[in-house]
Design a protein. Sequence first.
Length: 146
Amino acid sequence: MEQKYVNPKVSRISQDTLIVGIDVAKRNHWVRMTDYRGIDLISPFKINNTIDGIKMLEEKIRIIKQKEGLNNVILGMEPSGHYWKVLAWQMKSNEQVNYLVGVNPYHVKKSKEFDDNSPSKNDKKDAGLIAKLIKDGRWLFDESSG
């Protein structure tokens, strides 16, 4: 049987991967952490758009990695506006994050109806959609640290 094409981005995701989807905003970011199948490993949570908020995110990543026995972290967000830049810069220098990826905002918008048949927007939902798009290898750029 002939080998089918596999998106090389998907090959980075395995059973030991933590996927972190973040919906970035001016004051608060919503975060969803899932496994390689898209199952939430922790309830969605909000962090402040501050250094303390980023430190809280780093700590939650460390805790989930340790608790679930995960070694690989792919963190992604929509690179829209400018609020994502500080978070991306900080997380790029974080040794826990293997891949920092950007997800096309248009793809997030178009995928809103897949799960609940509703085009409604909420930040918690968007963070989950971002995590799902990462899981499926649908990201734009990759700032690899690993």
